[in-house]
Design a protein around this ligand. Sequence first.
Ligand code: HEM
Length: 329
Amino acid sequence: MEHKSRKVPFVHLFCLLLLMSQLVFCQLDNKFYDSTCPNLTRIVRYGVWSAINNDTRMAASLVRLHFHDCFVNGCDGSILLDDIGSTFVGEKTSLANNNSARGYEVIDKIKANVEKACPSTVSCSDILALAARDAVSIAGGLYYYVPLGRRDGRTANITAANELPSPFESLDNIIAKFSSKGLDIKDVVVLSGAHTIGFAQCFTFKPRLFNFGGSGQPDPQLDASFLKGLQTVCPNQVDSDTTLVPLDSATVAKFDNSYFKNLVNNSGLLQSDHVLSTDNRTASMVLYYSKYLYPFLKDFGTSMVKMGNIGVLTGQDGEIRKNCRVVNY
Ligand code: HEM
């Protein structure tokens, strides 16, 4: 039998040994590419920095892309795969991603630069995890270390992508969805804090402005002047559905705790955000983070690392895609 000889980095060997010892679990590692792609973190950070320099919203879009990747088939880069005619259905046209998820071109550009420096070495899913971290820290959040060594999936799952949490869902449902990924109620609160940056389209919260719960009236819990402003930007007609509104209008592009301050002041944009300040499982955490910036920023990094571990492929599973949009032949 022909045997291809190639260098096996120590970490890979470690994973292999783990697999051989029947342990199917292989941990990610902060230093995974230290010897195989020493410039990786610099290349990714530069790519994210220049993208945000062009478009401040891109910080938010990259964080969300990582979340939507991890919640569907695990953090395997599946969200990055394009549809191919009728032969391959990706996740980009799913309910939550269609005309909403963005940042694919930024990841393409970074991947191209990473491929130049270290061909066929770094997964798209790891690039996305690093890009999300850099986006957070460039937007003003805390830098956290990202364990690496994810491999890219060869499949996508639009059915699961259609199940991504919706802003119209109950908190019970959202908690259950997080819990099914190994994330707890604290993670729900902390990670929702990502809504301190970025934008939402009017249709994602419009029922709160004009017909809350079918009442024909606005949500009585919405702050009156916040409501008035939103009704002006998002009038009750279909052509305002895609108008963008900041998720945190206090500090639109700054990764801080003003999202939680807004919630406490009844000025949370999405219904799924607002409920965090009223439900007795989450209200005290919201209040705490509204008062203390540093604990939020620190806990955010911790929960992002936890989210970044969801269903990862390691060792010999999956592949290292050359192009993040298509699986290798
Ligand atoms: C808890 C359940 C969640 C729900 C129901 C939810 C829902 C939404 C919705 C409806 C939007 C606006 C999309 C649009 O109008 O096109 C949005 C935007 C965003 N979400 Fe979430 N989200 C949730 C959790 C998360 C998590 C866990 C993260 C990241 C850790 C996140 C990060 C973001 C960011 C950064 C944006 C702005 C994106 C941009 O401006 O491009 N969200 N989310």
